[in-house]
Write a protein that binds this ligand. Structure first.
Ligand SMILES: Cc1cc2nc3c(=O)[nH]c(=O)nc-3n(C[C@H](O)[C@H](O)[C@H](O)COP(=O)(O)O)c2cc1C
Length: 392
């Protein structure tokens, strides 16, 4: 008899057992074009698939007969105590998924005791996130052609007490996400199908658009032309604002305005990691932007060991792209990462149930990590090492 498994079809957060279950919940709750924006990767999505496939080629090697009854997830991230080796990644347009948006994500991070990174393309002003969410806040920076935008963000984030700046360097050119583009007749103009599909999601229409109108790029508002600040209008203007001329020389310029901790997001090779270290950066994010920029790009977990061998212990190494399970996180920590940054896994939680959904996503991952730590024979993430991972 063929045996068919029954995938998650529930509607309760508490019944979602995995990040994949939360993804399914979010998929049903938001219109197709919103989910596509979150889910998709660039071009043929080889990078996107490769991020997951890379974890399959790494296997865990447990050490047995070790008392793991004292296990905990506490660690240090960027020199400060954190309750888990996790960071919430910067994602733009969060209020398109749920009205709690950026604040909902930041509050969940604060409740767990981990950093939250606010995107330059957030739909909530950075000052509002600081005032209403608290916790450890990092500010992500896009340096655009109009340099006054980056200056404004750095000065405001410093004034609002943000702990760190995360300078994203892998979006000097805008990646091509064609599945996303197909939802629009032309940039910013939804197709009839997209519009009709949105009508089939009345709860989303009322909660997301009905309460506050179309979400806006609140941090950039004063630099965008009329109509350009809305999530819809901005999608035509923003790609043209990105800056292909950014270089390592810009770090000195950033340092004129940003004196606190600085991380470079977009490092994928040893030479760049060493350059970041030589220029006095405090950390790097080893990432391929979740497969949304360069297609056929290496997976961060594939280059992590060589980067950790070169700069580990002298720079904070944060990694992201494709992390969906506790075992994924375990592998990265064993290979030298200080923390793992979570993008879509958190956005699925937000779409599935606002801030409570993000809590659930974090609970799922920390529960998995806690269990996996015991199964591999460790009490703390600091005990993990290369001896726990085998390439197959
Ligand atoms: C919907 C979405 C929006 C994103 N927006 C930004 C952004 O504004 N700035 C940025 O540096 N990275 C952005 N990223 C990339 C994430 O910070 C992170 O690198 C990526 O999501 C990690 O991969 P994962 O989604 O597989 O966890 C975005 C990613 C997604 C999925």
């Amino acid at each position: 008899m063929p045996w068919k498994r029954r995938p998650f079809r529930g509607s309760k957060l508490s019944r979602a057992l995995t990040i994949a279950d939360l993804r399914e919940l979010a998929r049903r709750r938001v219109p197709h074009f919103v989910f596509e924006y979150v889910e998709g990767g660039a071009e043929d999505e080889a990078t996107l698939r490769g991020n997951r496939a890379a974890f399959e080629r790494l296997r865990l090697v447990p050490h047995t007969l070790i008392d793991t009854s004292a296990r905990h997830l506490r660690t240090t991230i960027l020199g400060r105590a954190a309750n888990a080796p996790l960071v919430i990644a910067p994602t733009g347009l969060n209020n398109m998924l749920h009205p709690e948006g950026d604040i909902g994500l930041a509050r969940a991070a604060a409740r767990l005791g981990i950093p939250y990174t606010l995107s330059s393309l957030s739909t909530t002003r950075l000052e509002e996130v600081a005032a209403r969410a608290g916790g450890r806040l990092w500010m992500q920076l896009y340096v655009m052609k109009e340099r006054a935008i980056a200056r404004d963000i750095m000065q405001r984030a410093a004034a609002a007490g943000y702990e760190a700046l995360v300078f994203t360097t892998d979006a000097n050119v805008w990646g091509s996400r064609e599945w996303d583009q197909r939802n629009y007749r032309s940039p910013g103009r939804p197709t009839l199908r997209t519009a009709l599909d949105s009508l089939r999601h009345p709860r989303w229409l009322i909660e997301v658009l009905g309460r506050n109108g179309v979400p806006r790029f609140r941090n950039l508002e004063r630099f965008l032309p009329p109509g350009g600040a809305s999530a819809v209008g901005g999608s035509t203007i923003l790609p043209r604002m990105f800056e292909a001329t950014i270089t390592w020389n810009d770090i000195a310029w950033i340092r004129d305005y940003w004196k606190s901790k600085l991380l470079i997001k977009g490092v994928l090779n040893v030479a760049d990691a060493e350059r970041a270290l030589a220029l006095g950066c405090d950390g790097i994010v080893v990432t391929n932007h979740g497969g949304r920029q360069l297609d056929h790009c290496v997976a961060p977990i594939e280059v992590l060991p060589e980067i950790a061998a070169a700069v580990g212990g002298r720079l904070s190494i944060v990694i992201d792209s494709g992390f969906r399970r506790g075992t994924d996180i375990l592998k990265a920590l064993a290979l030298g990462a200080e923390a793992v940054q979570l993008g879509r896994a958190m956005v699925y939680g937000l779409g599935a149930g606002g801030s409570a959904g993000v809590d659930r996503a974090l609970q799922i991952l920390t529960t998995e990590l806690h269990r996996d730590l015991g199964l591999i024979g460790c009490n703390s993430v600091t005990e993990l090492g290369a001896q726990h991972v085998r390439h197959v």
